[in-house]
Ligand binder design. Structure first.
Ligand code: G3P
Length: 215
């Protein structure tokens, strides 16, 4: 399973890389706004420190504008895949980007058939948002499992990036479903490594180690 970091914070990315946990990065306008820097500059910086795919999101609402942005973003680095929202205009932009060999990540997917349409349009990735569905008492991971099954049934190469992750259980469920990628907020990644019994076990070993005679 590939771990992408869902962040535009290069400090978090460096921390995750140090643990060997960063196969790629996804950004969105909300994450980039937190940096206070221009979007292109943030993407350039991220591409300079990671070797995997980096998602950068368009802002236009029409296919022509999305495609113009896609060309600009793709020109930053071969690592860049262009994040395009799941709309009819977005599908037109994905189809045009596919013809232009620009890799795309269709985002804000909340039901499986949106993912099927994105795959049919030629998307490299689809990003179903599990957390935002759970937030309104829908089972986000059920939707992901259906989407993954549909793409498997028809042998689509499009990869599923489980997004909008709220905690470790989302990652465990995604891994059991067999999705390709989880894009993880850094605070969730940090929690994945932790367990109270690990901490108490370390304390006990440290205390007992002190009892071992030197020499
Ligand atoms: O970046 C896409 C997605 O991961 C956003 O998640 O937490 O804003 O629902 P969230």
């Amino acid at each position: 399973m590939k771990f992408f970091l869902d962040t535009a914070d290069v400090g978090e990315i460096r921390e995750g890389m140090a643990m060997g946990m960063v196969d790629g990065v996804t950004t969105n306008p909300s994450l980039v706004a937190k940096t206070g820097k221009p979007y292109a500059k943030v993407i350039e910086e991220i591409c300079s420190i990671v070797s995997g795919p980096v998602s950068a999101e368009t802002n236009s609402e029409d296919a022509e504008g999305m495609m113009a942005e896609a060309r600009e973003l793709a020109a930053i680095s071969p690592q860049v895949n262009v994040k395009i929202p799941m709309t009819m205009e977005g599908l037109k932009a994905v189809a045009a980007a596919s013809k232009a060999n620009i890799r795309t990540n269709v985002t804000l997917i909340f039901q499986p058939l949106q993912g099927l349409m994105a795959a049919k349009a030629g998307a490299s990735y689809v990003s179903p948002f599990v957390g935002r569905l759970d937030d309104i008492a829908h089972d986000g991971m059920d939707m992901v499992a259906d989407l993954k099954q549909i793409l498997r049934n028809y042998n689509y190469a499009t990869e599923v990036i489980v997004a909008s992750i709220r905690g470790p259980l989302h990652i465990q469920q995604a891994a059991l479903v067999g999705v390709d990628i989880a894009t993880i907020p850094f605070k969730v990644l940090a929690n994945l490594a932790k367990h109270p019994l690990t901490n108490s076990g370390i304390e006990q070993f440290l205390a007992d180690h002190k009892k071992i005679p030197k020499g």
